[in-house]
Structures are given as structure tokens and as C-alpha cells.
Write a protein that binds this ligand. Structure first.
Ligand code: NAP
Length: 398
């Protein structure tokens, strides 16, 4: 049975305002925003009496049965969402960092309090990837989920490859257009993609992976040499998150820049768009494409979750509850391109095999296979070295 929702909203920034606008254009939907909790007092586009500054005013309000958490602070979001669930309120959240870092607890809280926490907007904005993984791809056929999960870094790479812009100019433009934050490291170092990948992995294979244990490397060290190398081979470089099923109920996952050829669906995902390829037995590959960020697109995903709550929808975490456990396996080898100048950096890398090598006046590169566990061990170091690494896309089954 459908229930009327009275919403307490946390956050009235890009997504909060987007949700408000989108709700206004859905008059058929029986829900209203009763109160909005924000951080600071300032002039807003809605009457002052709608706003409050103390989360408890919303969480303890018996009239409010639904909490929508759209704030930009993962720590505060954790406390707000936890309290709301413990109070017996259903919650919608878009906070990928908070969810990825606390997934096990969030699932437990839903069980203990018999409530629902939905978070479609947390991964790929308007693309309904989580609910599809949970409901449609709920069988044993799924093999991998591969995607461009971060719009800001994809925008930068598009400008580099399609318009010959430098990394610095493309990043500046992305910041001017609001696609990238003033501190862009969350996006360009791959963390945003990582948190989304952790959430997608939960719904793809039922495995909760600690984000600290996943190889995550971004695009900030890309050089003209890497771009030229990719172009000469007919590739673009994309920042890709992937989780893949291996033999014997194992999975592997990582976030890495990747050389992508014209034959791949994600080759044509440009600018701030996101794209996700779902691969499975019997159906081969399917591709979901759309806007991964922005107030209205993300607000539409939040609205869809709110609508689902009105119909008493909950994630069943089917893969976790009804499948044999998939173990995160780190000992698979992946083939990488390593660009470096100083020979000394090679001491950090244990290549199992090398298939291509080049030494030039300024830059050198090596292409070879290396164990994922080894790259995970040195992942902090990778960001500090004067190198660039990218997956060639050859050694795994994508
Ligand atoms: N932007 C996107 O396109 C996008 C896409 C997908 C997911 N998301 C996720 O959606 C969430 C919101 O992002 P956003 O871009 O809308 O952020 P934003 O524009 O920076 O807005 C953040 C809002 O949160 C409020 N806030 C911060 N800390 C708070 C606290 N402790 N209590 C109450 N309110 C608090 C701020 O209040 P003030 O107004 O007083 O500063 C502001 O209204 C984030 O988790 C983000 O990762 C965003």
C-alpha cells in the first residue's frame, strides 16, 4: 500500500535544491518537504521558517516519517542517517563516501530497525544502476560491472582528447563550470569513483569491500607523453571503475585510468556523462548511459527513491542473502602501462612479466603484468611518484 510521505530534508545545496525543483514538477506524487536542516544562516530561495539548524528538530519530529540526507559532509551524514534509522524513519541518501565507508553498519541498522535506506543517487546520479543491479540482475549470470563513474574526471579527459586541451586548462574549465570542486582530488584521484564502485559491488555480488583495500589511482599525473602514446594507438584514456567475477566465487575490483579503444561502449562517453557496462552470461553486454551529476538529474534519482519508499520498497541485498559469498581476491595479475623518467622508481614495481618497453630522452614506459595485491601495497606511494599508470585493458576479461 502507498503511504503519504512527510519529508525532513538535510542539505539545500545543488542536489537539495534540485530535488525541491523536481518535486514541484511532479504534482501527482503525494509527498511534501516539511522542514529543511542546513548548516548556516543565509538568504535562501524558500521562506526562512522552512529551515532549521539543529538536526534533532527534524529527527525527533513525529510528523516527519522520511529523511532525505543531501549534505556534503560524510561524517555528519553518518550521524544523521544512523539516528534517523534508529528512530524508525526511512532514509534516502546520496552520500557515496558515507555509504561506502559504513555499508555493513547501514545494512545492519535497516534490519534492526525494520526500516529502509535507499541511495540510488549515490552512484552515477540519474542512471538507475543500483536498483537494476538489485532487481533485474538478481541472478547468477552477472560477470562484471565496468564504468565511467565520475563526471568531473571524464569531462577533463574529454577536453584533453577531443579538444587538445592541457590537463591544467581542462581542470580549470571543469572548476569554472562547477563540475569539479576547488579541491578536485576527490574526483581526479579516483576516490569518488571508488566509493561508487564499493556501493555497486555490494549490489552486484553481495560483497562489502573496505574502500581502503582497493587499488585507486586517478588522472592527475597524466602527461602529454601518455596522451600521445594513447592517441598513436587509437585509444582514449578514461578513468574506469570495475568489479569483475573471477573463477571459484571470487571477485576483483579497482579504479584505474584505462586505455579504451573505439570498440568499447565507454569510448563514446564524453564530458560530464557517466556510462556503465554490465556484462553477463547469456546477455553479453548492456550499457547504461546518462547524467551522473547535477542538481536536477541527481534530484530525479532522489525523487525516484522517495517514490519507492512510498511503495514500501527496500533493498533486499539479494546477492548477500541468497547467493554463496563472493570473496574479494587481490592476487590476480593485471596488465599496466607505467610511464616514468627516473629508473629508480622501477624498484617499487614487481612486474611478473614485461611485454613492451621504451626508453626515450625524457620519458620511458614499460607494459607488463603485475599482481593487484602488490599495487595495493604501494598505492599511496603511486600518487607521490613522478609516474603515470593505466590499465591496458588486456589481461582481464573486459
Ligand atoms: N552535486 C552533484 O551533482 C551530486 C551528484 C550525486 C551525489 N551527490 C552527493 O549529494 C550530496 C550533496 O551534494 P551537493 O552537491 O548538493 O552539496 P552542496 O551543494 O555543497 O550542498 C551541501 C548542503 O549541505 C548542507 N550541510 C552541510 N553540512 C551540514 C550539516 N551538518 N547539517 C545540515 N546541513 C548541512 C549545506 O548547508 P549550507 O547551505 O548552510 O552551506 C548545503 O545546503 C553529497 O553527498 C554528494 O556527494 C552530489
Amino acid at each position: 500500500m502507498k503511504q503519504k510521505l512527510t519529508i525532513g530534508l538535510f542539505g539545500f545545496g545543488v542536489v537539495g535544491q534540485g530535488l525541491h525543483d523536481v518535486l514541484k514538477t511532479s504534482p501527482a506524487f503525494d509527498a511534501e518537504i516539511a522542514r529543511i536542516c542546513v548548516k548556516s544562516k543565509k538568504k535562501r530561495t524558500l521562506p526562512e521558517e522552512m529551515f532549521c539548524y539543529n538536526p534533532d528538530e527534524i529527527i525527533n519530529d513525529p510528523q516527519i516519517n522520511t529523511i532525505v540526507e543531501l549534505i556534503d559532509n560524510a561524517n555528519d551524514a553518518y550521524h544523521i542517517v544512523k539516528k534517523a534509522l534508529q528512530k524508525g524513519k526511512n532514509v534516502v541518501s546520496a552520500n557515496k563516501k558515507m555509504l561506502a565507508e559504513n555499508m555493513a553498519e547501514m545494512i545492519q541498522l535497516q534490519k534492526e530497525n525494520n526500516v529502509s535506506l535507499l541511495y540510488e543517487a549515490s552512484a552515477c546520479g540519474s542512471i538507475p544502476v543500483i536498483r537494476n543491479l538489485e532487481e533485474y540482475y538478481d541472478n547468477d549470470l552477472l560477470l562484471s560491472v565496468t564504468g565511467i563513474l565520475n563526471g568531473s574526471s571524464n569531462y577533463i579527459l574529454s577536453k584533453i582528447f577531443d579538444q587538445n586541451q592541457s590537463y591544467t586548462d581542462a581542470l580549470k574549465k571543469a572548476q569554472e563550470l562547477g563540475f569539479a570542486e576547488s579541491d578536485p582530488s576527490f574526483d581526479v584521484e579516483g576516490f569518488d569513483s571508488l566509493f561508487k564502485l564499493i556501493i555497486l559491488t555490494t549490489h552486484s555480488f553481495g560483497t562489502i569491500v573496505n574502500p581502503n583495500n582497493v587499488l585507486t589511482y586517478g588522472i592527475s599525473n597524466i602527461s602529454d607523453f601518455d596522451i600521445q602514446y594513447a592517441r598513436e594507438k587509437g585509444f582514449k584514456i578514461k578513468l574506469v571503475g570495475q568489479v569483475e567475477r573471477l573463477k571459484d566465487n571470487k571477485i576483483t575490483l579497482f579504479v584505474l585510468p584505462r586505455f579504451v579503444g573505439k570498440d568499447k561502449y565507454i569510448y563514446s562517453v564524453e564530458d560530464e556523462f557517466n556510462g556503465v557496462v554490465v556484462k553477463g552470461r547469456a546477455y553479453d553486454k548492456q550499457f547504461m548511459f546518462g547524467k551522473g551529476a547535477g542538481g536536477h538529474p541527481t534530484g530525479s534519482a532522489v525523487l525516484s527513491d522517495i517514490t519507492a519508499l512510498a511503495h514500501n520498497y527496500k533493498y533486499e541485498y539479494k546477492k548477500m542473502n541468497f547467493f554463496d559469498e563472493f570473496k574479494y581476491y587481490k592476487d590476480d595479475a593485471i596488465e599496466i602501462y607505467l610511464r616514468y623518467s627516473d629508473e629508480a622508481v622501477l624498484d617499487h614495481f614487481n612486474f611478473n612479466s614485461v611485454s613492451e618497453e621504451y626508453k626515450g630522452p625524457k620519458y620511458n614506459y614499460k607494459i607488463g603484468c603485475i599482481k593487484l595485491s602488490h599495487l595495493i601495497e604501494i598505492k599511496e606511494k603511486l600518487r607521490q611518484l613522478d609516474i603515470f599508470i593505466a590499465a591496458t585493458g588486456r589481461s582481464l576479461n573486459y
